[in-house]
Design a protein around this ligand. Structure first.
Ligand code: F6P
Length: 545
C-alpha cells in the first residue's frame, strides 16, 4: 500500500507550531536550563551504548508535544509499518524500500511480491563470507599464484560512498588488505590508483546496481585493459568480481558467474552498503565485523520500529530538524564527528539525505510551498573548529549541529582523547552560552584593557549563543555502534520524507544529469556541436579548439 499523502502545513499541529514559534523564538537556552532542573534528564535518550542529549535545543515540552502531534497527523506510525513491511513506498519507481531486510534476523519474514526475501539475503551473505574469507586467508590467489594484497572498489554514489566511508571508519579493525576506491570518471583518479597496484595481487570489485553507470563502466573498462596488458583474458575470472542487479551486463563484461553478487531493486543505491555492495567492507575488515555492522543496524531498526515517538531517537532528531528547517528557516545542518575515523561520514550522509529529501513535488505531484530537505555539511572536529566554526558561532545563520563523539579512544591514547573530548563538550556549551558584553568586558579588564580601546574591541568578542546542538555520545566506535549510527540517520531521512509528504527514494534529478552528459559527449567526440544555449556553445567550442 502507498503512503498516505498529507500536506503537513494543513495539519492542526503545523499551525500551532507556527504560533508556538512566534511565541517562543526569543527564548534563551540558558534561561530554559535555569528554570528547569530536570531539563537535561527529560530531554535525553539512553539506548544501548548511546546517550543522545537534545536538551540544548530551542524547545520546550510544548514544542515536543506539538512535533509529536505533527508526526501523528501525517500518519508516521502507519508509514513506518509500510516501510518495514516492504510496501511499494518508492511509488515513482514502483519499488519497495527494504534496506532494513538486508540486516533482518534470519527468522524474519519479509515479503516482496509474495516472496520472503530473507533467505535470499542470507544466501548472498554466505557467499560474501566464503569469498571474503578466502581472499583474506590467501587461499584464493591471483593469476601468478600470489595472495591478494590490494582490493579496488569500482563504483560511484551509493556504490562507493557507503563502502568507502565504512572502510575508513573501521580502519582500526582492518586486516592486511589495502582497499582503494575508484569512483570519479576523471581518468587521473583511476591512473593515480593504478600507479600503486600490482596486477598479480589486486582484486577488482565492480559495484553498480544498474551496471549502466557511465563512470563505473568507463573505470572498469580502463582497469580491465590495464589488467590485460599484464595478464590473459582467462585471468579475469580470478581478479574481477561484480555486485549488481544486472546479471546480463555483468556477463557481457566478462566476469565469471561465481564472482557475481546479486542485489535487488528494492535496495536504493544510497542505502546499499548492507548488501553485497559492502563486499569491500567485508574484505577490508573481515566478514564477522561486517556482520556486526549489520547487527548494530538491525538493533536500531528495532528501536525505531517499536519505540514510542517521544523516546525514539530517529523520530526525535528528525522532528527537531523539521522544527528548525520549517519554523526557524534554517537551511543547513552540520554533522561534526569527533573522530578522524568518521572523516567521510558527512559526505556519505550528504548523498543519503540530500538525494533522498531534495525534492520539491509532494506525493500528489504538486509543487510544495514549504521547505523540504536540508543541506548537510561537516568535517571531523577538531579540524572543523579551525575551519568553519567561526561562522557557526558568530555568523548570521542559524546552523543546528549534531556532535558525535565516543567515550573511548581505540588506541587508548588517553591524553589525546581527553583533549579531543574537551573540545567536543566545550563547543556545544559555548554555542549555547555564547559570551555576553559583561563577560567580555570583565575579560578585557582582567587583561588591563579599558576606555576606548576596550569599547572598540568589545562588540567583536561578543557571542550571541543560543545555538542549537544535539550531542550523540557513544561508548566506542565499533562495527556494531557504527551500524546503529548509520541506521539512525537512515530512519531520520525516512521520517522527514513522511512529514514533508515527498518521495524520498527516487532521484530523478541525478538521472537528468546522466542523460545530458550523454548528449554533450556526442558533441565533444563528433565533428558537429548540436544546438545549445550561447554560453554552453562558447564553452564547448573553446574546449574543442
Ligand atoms: O547518484 C545517483 C545514483 O543513481 C545513486 O542512487 C547510485 O548510488 C549511483 O547513482 C550509482 O548507480 P549504480 O550503482 O547503478 O552504478
Amino acid at each position: 500500500m502507498a503512503l498516505a499523502s498529507t500536506d503537513p502545513t494543513t495539519t492542526a499541529a503545523w499551525k500551532k507550531l507556527q504560533q508556538h514559534h512566534k511565541d517562543t523564538k526569543e527564548q534563551q537556552l540558558k534561561e530554559l536550563f535555569a528554570s528547569d532542573p530536570k531539563r537535561t534528564h527529560n530531554l535525553s535518550l539512553k539506548w544501548n551504548n548511546f546517550l543522545v542529549d537534545f536538551s540544548k535545543n530551542r524547545i520546550t515540552d510544548e514544542t515536543l508535544n506539538l512535533l509529536m502531534r505533527l508526526a501523528d497527523e501525517v500518519q508516521l506510525k502507519a508509514a513506518i509499518q509500510k516501510y518495514f513491511d516492504g510496501d511499494t513506498i518508492n511509488e515513482t519507481e514502483g519499488r519497495a524500500v527494504l534496506h532494513t531486510a538486508l540486516r533482518a534476523q534470519p527468522t524474519d519474514t519479509i515479503l516482496v511480491d509474495g516472496k520472503n526475501v530473507v533467505p535470499e539475503v542470507y544466501k548472498v551473505r554466505a557467499h560474501m563470507k566464503t569469498f571474503s574469507e578466502s581472499v583474506i586467508s590467501g587461499e584464493r590467489r591471483g593469476f601468478t599464484g600470489k595472495p591478494f594484497t590490494d582490493v579496488v572498489n569500482i563504483g560511484i554514489g551509493g556504490s562507493d560512498l557507503g563502502p568507502a566511508m565504512v572502510a575508513e571508519a573501521l580502519k582500526f579493525y582492518k586486516n592486511h588488505l589495502r582497499v582503494h576506491f575508484v569512483s570519479n570518471v576523471d581518468g587521473d583518479h583511476v591512473r593515480e590508483v593504478l600507479r600503486e597496484l600490482n596486477p598479480e595481487t589486486t582484486l577488482f570489485v565492480v559495484v553498480s546496481k544498474t551496471f549502466t553507470t557511465q563512470e563505473t563502466l568507463s573505470n572498469a573498462t580502463t582497469i580491465k585493459k590495464w589488467f590485460l596488458r599484464h595478464a590473459a583474458q582467462k585471468d579475469i575470472a580470478m581478479h574481477f568480481a561484480a555486485v549488481s542487479t544486472n546479471t546480463e551486463k555483468i556477463a557481457e563484461f566478462g566476469i565469471a558467474q561465481e564472482n557475481v553478487f546479486p542485489m535487488w531493486d528494492w535496495v536504493g543505491g544510497r542505502f546499499s552498503l548492507w548488501s553485497a555492495v559492502g563486499l569491500s567492507i567485508a574484505l577490508a575488515v573481515g566478514y564477522d565485523h561486517f556482520e556486526s555492522l549489520l547487527e548494530g543496524a538491525n538493533e536500531m531498526d528495532r528501536h525505531f520500529k517499536t519505540t514510542a515517538f517521544d523516546e525514539n531517537i530517529p523520530v526525535v532528531l528528525a522532528l527537531l530538524s523539521v522544527w528548525y528547517n520549517n519554523f526557524y528557516g534554517a537551511e543547513t545542518e552540520a554533522i561534526i564527528p569527533y573522530s578522524q575515523y568518521l572523516s567521510r561520514f558527512s559526505a556519505y550522509l550528504q548523498q543519503g539525505i540530500m538525494e533522498s529529501n531534495g525534492k520539491s513535488v509532494d506525493r500528489k505531484g504538486k509543487r510544495v510551498d514549504y521547505q523540504t530537505g536540508t543541506i548537510i555539511w561537516g568535517e571531523p572536529g577538531t579540524n572543523s573548529q579551525h575551519a568553519f566554526f567561526q561562522l557557526i558561532h558568530q555568523g548570521t545563520k542559524l546552523i543546528p549541529t549534531d556532535f558525535i563523539g565516543f567515550k573511548q579512544s581505540l588506541y587508548g591514547e588517553t591524553d589525546h582523547h581527553q583533549k579531543l573530548m574537551a573540545n567536543f563538550f566545550a563547543q556545544t556549551e559555548a554555542l549555547m552560552n555564547g559570551k555576553t558584553e559583561d563577560e567580555v568586558r570583565s575579560e578585557l579588564q582582567a587583561k588591563n584593557m579599558s576606555g576606548n580601546e576596550l569599547q572598540k574591541l568589545l562588540p567583536f568578542k561578543v557571542f550571541e549563543g543560543n545555538k542549537p546542538t544535539n550531542t550523540i555520545l557513544i561508548e566506542k566506535l565499533t562495527p556494531r555502534s557504527l551500524g546503529a549510527l548509520i541506521a539512525l540517520y537512515e530512519h531520520k531521512i525516512f521520517v522527514q520524507g513522511v512529514v514533508w509528504n515527498i518521495f524520498s527514494y527516487d532521484q530523478w534529478g541525478v538521472e537528468l544529469g546522466k542523460q545530458l552528459a550523454g548528449t554533450i559527449l556526442k558533441d565533444i567526440q563528433g565533428s558537429e556541436i548540436s544546438d545549445h544555449d550561447a554560453s554552453t556553445m562558447q564553452l564547448l567550442q573553446s574546449f574543442k579548439k
